[in-house]
Design a protein around this ligand. Structure first.
Ligand SMILES: [Zn+2]
Length: 279
């Protein structure tokens, strides 16, 4: 998809199955299962869709999926299906790992940054994009490296500690541009320092919302994940964001939607709908 000076390529690191109840928080199953059918173990199928943003100047990767380091047991628990993998989808886009100049992480949960590191032949874990500057929110790094009982299962050090060891992390403390035309904005909610990414060019805006609105089923304000550490912060950010997105016809990228990579949110009476955009 051409987007002003940028080319946006929606990538895939396959699918993951998370508990449907946890994905929809306080929404009762009879309502959510119409939008996201559960399997026999109550899991719903979710996509993992990193985004590639290319311009004449730079090649940027936003998030990196779950990667290939999960154990057989974890692959079973989370129904991991990497038949389309990040490696293959980057190759299909004609991009070598060495060509990625900048990686932006929305947050450090394993289904978003697992693909940033890989297990080498000698069992050492190494960055997949050693030539890239990895833009990570400093507060998120602090939380990920000092986990507590409630978030420990989401933060696996093997996904991010090797980046610091390799000296490729570029910590950011505030909102704003990290690459010309590409900016990060803290949303909080899902994690305290969760951030979304805006891509602006030629008067148009695309937004990679990550876990603020993980699928099109989560567009309605109260459809908030049970996984969110601060659900009222999610709601407080989401409501004005939705108004802005509708008014300005943002192209929204839904990182976890199993079928729709991107769309424009429309208001039809009291209902919010998503008009898919081909990417
Ligand atoms: Zn996620």
């Amino acid at each position: 998809m051409t987007f002003g000076e940028f080319e946006l390529v929606s990538l895939s690191d396959g699918f993951v199955g998370f508990d449907g109840g946890a994905m929809f928080g306080v929404v009762p199953k009879p309502l959510w299962e119409r939008r996201a059918p559960a399997d026999a173990r109550n899991r719903i199928r979710l996509g993992m869709r990193p985004l590639l943003v290319r311009s004449d100047r730079q090649t940027v990767l936003i998030d990196a999926g779950i990667g290939g380091k999960m154990s057989a047991k974890e692959q079973d628990i989370y129904a991991i299906d990497r038949s389309p993998s990040l490696e293959r989808s980057l190759a299909a886009a004609g991009v070598a790992a060495s060509e990625i100049d900048v990686v932006i992480a929305t947050h450090l949960h394993f289904d978003h940054v697992g693909g940033l590191t890989t297990r080498g032949a000698d069992d050492r874990i190494l960055p997949v994009f050693p030539g890239a500057r990895h833009v990570i929110r400093r507060g998120e790094w602090e939380d990920a490296t000092h986990p507590h009982e409630r978030n420990r299962a989401s933060y696996l050090a093997e996904n991010f500690a090797p980046l610091a060891e390799a000296g490729v992390v570029d910590f950011v403390d505030s909102d704003g541009e990290v690459v010309p035309g590409i900016s990060v904005w803290r949303t909080g909610g899902h994690t305290h320092h969760h951030q979304l990414v805006k891509i602006e060019s030629g008067g148009k805006t695309a937004v990679f919302v990550a876990d603020l609105i993980p699928t099109i089923a989560h567009v309605d304000p109260p459809w908030i994940m049970g996984y969110d550490l601060y659900p009222m912060d999610t709601l407080a950010y989401k409501k004005p964001f939705l108004r802005e997105a509708i008014a300005r016809e943002y192209v929204i990228f839904f990182e976890h939607d199993p079928a729709i990579a991107a769309g424009v949110i429309r208001e039809q009476g009291s209902r919010l709908t998503v008009e898919p955009v081909r990417v």
